[in-house]
Design a protein around this ligand. Sequence first.
Ligand code: KG4
Ligand code: ZN
Length: 334
Amino acid sequence: MNKVIICAIETSCDETSVALVQDGNILLSQVTHSQIQSHQIYKGVMPELASRLHIQVISQVIEEALNRAQITWSEVNGIAFTIGPGLVGSLHVGAVAAKTLAWALNKPLMGVNHLAGHIHANAFVKEIRYPCLALVVSGGHTELIMMRGPLDFEVLSQTQDDAIGEAYDKVGRLLGLNYPAGPYIDELAKNGQVTYPVPTLRIEKDSFSYSGIKSHFNNLIHNANQKNEAINVEDMCATFQDIAVSQIIERLDYAIELHQPKHVIIAGGVSANSYLRAQATNLMKTYSNIDFSIPPITYCTDNAAMIGAAAYHYYLEKRFVSLNAKVNPGLKLT
Ligand code: KG4
Ligand code: ZN
């Protein structure tokens, strides 16, 4: 088969990212402009600012990505963009850019689900085998998904309330850490011990919950502040991380037993977490007949390469959208 090159655009949150991806697993180029520093003073992503910053840089990022790939538009087979979920204004900027390219160059247009992108980031590590059990852990999602093909998703379980990344960011904020707090907690926890009390959670084995953990740490920090007691930030991070990640590992183990997949993959921003990666790798040693992959750290958080990897399957299945396609901030996988 001839090679398939896709220009993918990801602008669902605070990264303006464009990648040229060949055959779903060869990255020709990627250029990402991160807005994190502009949002840090607000301790979270400011949606209006995010859209404005995407508009300012999107054309340059596209041009730079094409230059770095050392190809011309005539070699590109299709244009892909993140259609949802995400921030509506941010999604819109990527969608307009992609539609303009598709229209001007007369190429097929693909509206890719952001979570399908996170999952297919694993294609850069190894070919995905089906049935595949995918764990998506990010700032907005905590889900276990069964895949019977590249674009065949069944959500097996999800969080009843907050996402794990949201809990990391909230607890980090309470501890005075920068946004996004996940990477900081990850680092601090390496020098800490699990010394603080943890809540007893009553959560079914087929669902997740992070609001109770969030409130528990909120209370611990608030009480310590009121009593003027010093907080050992490293121990607090280690305690939080231990309970946050063990919930994931227990449910992953339960789902593997129940569904017997051929491949287990972990995806989403929180899959960059070193403790989660180590714990999951340990767990998977007990399942030596099942393939296991986690994307390299740079493909864990939002990036256009993963959208290009997923878009390859949209292209093969001819799942094209028209120039009227609307972004969907609450888009589901199924
Ligand atoms: O996938 P992502 O970039 O954006 C969403 O689609 O949500 O995920 C962002 C989330 C943030 O909550 C961030 O704190 C978390 O991923 N994160 C981490 C780490 N790196 C990013 N959480 C824990 N440990 C990390 N090393
Ligand atoms: Zn994401």
